[in-house]
Every structure is written in C-alpha cells, then in structure tokens.
Design a protein around this ligand. Structure first.
Ligand SMILES: Nc1nc2c(ncn2[C@@H]2O[C@H](COP(=O)(O)OP(=O)(O)OP(=O)(O)O)[C@@H](O)[C@H]2O)c(=O)[nH]1
Ligand SMILES: [Mg+2]
Length: 466
C-alpha cells in the first residue's frame, strides 16, 4: 500500500548534534517555527541587539528566564527558512563540549517548548520539505559512516544528487513515452498517430542498458561501503596471529610457539586495496580435549561460516602437498585464499614447488614473521574480493540495496513493456501499465511514493541530532 508522504507537523525539535562525551565544543540544534523565539528567550548576546540577523554568528550566554546564572558561554547562530538544512527556521548553539554543559543547554531549550528530536528527524524534515530526495537523505548516513575514501566519495556524490539526476532523467524519458501512448489510447479517433513499436523497443533497450550500467557498479560499490569480514583460520601454530599482526602493522594478538595460544577470536579493522575489512583471528582448528580450547575452536568454526572471505593459513615448513586436504572444503559464498606461511624456513625453490602443487587453488607465500609477501597477499585478496574490477572514479555508483532492488524492479517492468511492444498486435494499455509500474519503482527510489513504515525504518538508522 502506498501512503502519500505526510506534511511535517508544526512543532519545534531539538537535539545535541555532537557525539556524547568530552570534546572541544558541543552543538545543540533546534528546528521549527519556535526556534527563533527560543533563541530570543534564552540567549543574552554580549552586545545588546534588537534583532538577530540570519546566518550570523553571535557571542553571548545562555540565561534561562528568571535565572541570573548563565548556563554557559556560547556562540549562537539563527538561520531563517528556507536556506537551512531542514528548510525550517533553525538555531545552533555552540557551547563547551562537556556532557553536562551540553545537556543543560538542551534542557533549557526543551523547557521552552521544543520536543526532543527522533533519530534522523532533522534530515527527515529536509526530505519532507523537499530540500533533498530519499536517495540523498540515505547518503547522509553513508557520508557519516564511510569507512573508506571511495565509500565517502560515492556517498558525497549521491548526496549531491548525481544518482537522483540519472534516475530523474530516466523517469522523464519513460514518462514522455507513456504520454504518447496514453494520448493514442485516449483519442483513437483523432489524429494521434500510432506510435512506432520498433522505435519504442529501441528506446526501452537504451533505458535497460543505462539501468544495467548503474546496476553493474553495485557489487563493487557495496563492498567499498559495507566492507567485508575476513577470517584467518588454519591449524594451531601455523602463524595466524602473527599474520594478523603483520597485516594490521601492530602487535595486536598474542603470538607464541605453543599450539593453542589463541582461544577467543580477535578483530581488527583495516583497508585492503581501499576496501574496508574486519580481520578476525581465530583459534587453531584441531580436535582438542581441553575444554576452553574446544570452545575456541567451536567459535572459530562459527566465524568461518559468517565470513565473506577466508584466509586459510598453512605452515609451509611442515607442509606435504601430496597429503594436503583442505579442511574447509569448497565454500561457494565465500572468497578464499591459501596462505603458505613461514616461507623463510623453506627457501624460494621449495615455495615455488609447493605453489605449483597446489594447482588451481589461489595461494600466496608469505613470511608473516618477517613481513615478507604482505603486499602480494593484499593484492591477491583485493583481486579475489572484486571479481571484475572496474574503474568507478567518474561513475555514478549504486551502493544501497534498496536502490538496487528498485532499479531491478524498474528493469523487469521495462522488459515486460518491451515484450508487449514486440507482439504482433501490441496492446497499448498493457504497455502503458508496464511503463507506469516502471515509473513507480523509480518514484520509490527517490522517496516520492515511499510508504511511511519504510521511511521510519530508513530514518531510524540515523543518529539523534542529524
Ligand atoms: N619462521 C617463522 N616463524 C613464524 C612465522 N609466523 C609465525 N611464526 C612463529 O610460529 C609460532 C606460532 O605463531 P602464532 O602466530 O602464535 O600461530 P597461530 O596460528 O596463531 O597459533 P594458535 O593461536 O596457537 O593457533 C610463533 O613462534 C611464531 O613466531 C613465519 O613466517 N616464519
Ligand atoms: Mg593465534
């Protein structure tokens, strides 16, 4: 069921927009028709002023009515609608960054009639008041949460409306064909010419091609945005923890010559070829009689199941390729790489022979102890993570599953329309109906017709104050 987007109620919201904790400054944000009145009541500028000018920073104190003790020394800015984040009147109070100072300012603002904002409510107002569309609103979270340079760039491009512009241009083209077909259907006796179906098919083909172009960026775009979970596993003592330390460049995990050193799993974040990764070190896989180690091995197996990518470490110094059995077996949903560790103990030629004997299994030789082969390992992982790497630098990239689903729905409806137009006697009303559904999917992507519960879900993933 589609529910039209509701207009914003006329209440005034407030929240702390900076993270909780100690910092240089804290910012309390207010939006709504009461924002200016609240600022006037609470704020005592250093120099007396009859009127606060918009988009100007003023120095002064927050002094609640009836009190002669300032809550804090602040900088305040009033931004009158419509040139604001929410398109409503907004006030920002920049105070000292201690949690107590910020909370007391917020309480003073709420005492004057503002309501505490819900998560993402400022951005939701920006969306409902038409300043940004839904794809742009979603990009706000992506900018805040970007874990890699590429993710940040894709999110900023989406926030500036690049994806939306492509979707709108597609909407316009489909809509103009729909108008032609509807005119032909509505006025059969008039002089409206019957549309050329061959030409319609080629128009639809070009739209499908441009959707495919966008969809082709999703796999890589998602990887850069969400990152991957990489689990390091293997038998005890093969050098898994040493490898984690070498990859993250610090002594994070305990290393010892005793097999069974790692029990609990351990995680570290890093970038692999620009892709954000969470690296997980696990207990060595063996049938252990010792209870705590056995629990660690169970945990390791669970982590392997959850992994997007597995680094299976082997000790090259004791490896007999003839009897080598992969304990993990084929894992279709995951990428996997064999890491032949301790190559410093084996010698170059023996390493080459081992690699040849591994056949088609992707494998890299390293010495985690000496930090040798780490670049090769990173490259091999990045290569495996993105099967078909493309240069996304100058492209509009789709990173959001909701957007991909909407584009795929649109594509399916366009294929239906194409199929109808290829029939011997194409039914104009069926064609029009398919085109309308294709347009519906694009309208959903931009939030023009998105149901309220979906909007609730999207905005609840924001932080309070954004
Ligand atoms: N020569 C050599 N020794 C290594 C290398 N990598 C690890 N080691 C040694 O192998 C031993 C075991 O290393 P760990 O990193 O603790 O091995 P692990 O796989 O995490 O072991 P568990 O946690 O017990 O499963 C330590 O003595 C390391 O110094 C390497 O590349 N070359
Ligand atoms: Mg270990």
């Amino acid at each position: 069921m589609r529910i039209p987007v509701l207009p914003v109620e006329g209440d005034t919201i407030a929240a702390v927009s900076t993270p909780y904790g100690v910092g240089g400054i804290g910012i309390v944000r207010i939006s709504g028709p009461g924002a200016e009145g609240i600022a006037r009541t609470l704020f005592r500028p250093k120099k007396h002023r009859d009127r606060l000018r918009s988009h100007t920073l003023y120095y002064g104190h927050i002094l609640p009515p009836g009190s002669d003790e300032p809550v804090d020394e602040v900088l305040l800015t009033l931004m009158r609608a419509p040139n604001t984040y929410t398109r409503e009147d907004m006030v920002e109070i920049h105070c000292h960054g201690g949690p107590l100072a910020v909370r007391r300012i917020l309480e003073s603002v709420l005492d004057q009639g503002a309501r505490l904002a819900e998560p993402g409510e400022f951005t939701r107002r920006a969306f409902l008041n038409g300043r940004i569309d839904l794809a742009q609103a979603e990009a706000v979270v992506d900018v805040i949460e970007a874990k890699s340079r590429s993710a940040l760039r894709f999110a900023q491009s989406q926030l500036s409306g690049c994806l939306s512009a492509q979707v709108r241009s597609l909407q316009e083209s489909i809509r103009s064909l729909l108008v032609e077909i509807e005119a032909w259907l509505d006025f059969p006796d008039e002089d409206v010419p019957c549309p050329g179906f061959e030409q319609i098919r080629s128009r639809i083909d070009s739209w499908i091609a441009s959707i495919d172009d966008l969809l082709s960026t999703y796999e890589q775009g998602r990887l850069y945005r969400d990152g991957v979970k990489v689990v390091i596993c293997g038998a005890p003592n093969v050098g898994k923890s040493t490898l984690l330390n070498a990859l993250v460049g610090k002594d994070r995990a305990i290393v010892s010559p005793l097999p069974g050193t790692t029990r609990d799993y351990l995680e570290e974040d890093l970038l692999i070829g620009g892709i954000p990764a969470r690296l997980v070190d696990t207990a060595g896989l063996r049938d252990s009689v010792e209870e705590v180690e056995a629990l660690g091995v169970d945990l390791a197996r669970r982590k392997i199941e959850e992994a997007d990518f597995v680094l299976h470490v082997l000790d090259a110094s004791v490896l007999d390729p003839g009897s080598f059995r992969d304990p993990l077996g084929p894992t279709e949903a995951q990428g996997k790489l064999l890491v032949l560790n301790k190559m410093d103990l084996v010698g170059h030629e023996a390493v080459q022979r081992l690699i040849e004997r591994m056949g088609s299994v992707p494998c890299v030789a390293v010495s985690a102890l000496l930090g040798e082969g780490m670049d090769r390992l990173r490259e091999a992982m990045a290569e495996q993570l993105v099967s078909r790497r493309m240069d996304l630098d100058c492209r509009v990239v789709v990173t959001n599953l909701r957007h991909r689903n909407a584009l795929e729905t649109c594509r399916r409806r366009l294929e239906d329309a194409r199929e109808v137009s290829a029939r011997e006697d194409p039914a104009g009303d069926m064609l029009a109906s398919d085109l309308r559904m294709a347009l519906g999917a694009l309208a959903d992507l931009l939030g023009e017709t998105t149901a309220v519960d979906i909007l609730d879900r999207i905005f609840s993933s924001f932080c309070i104050g954004k």
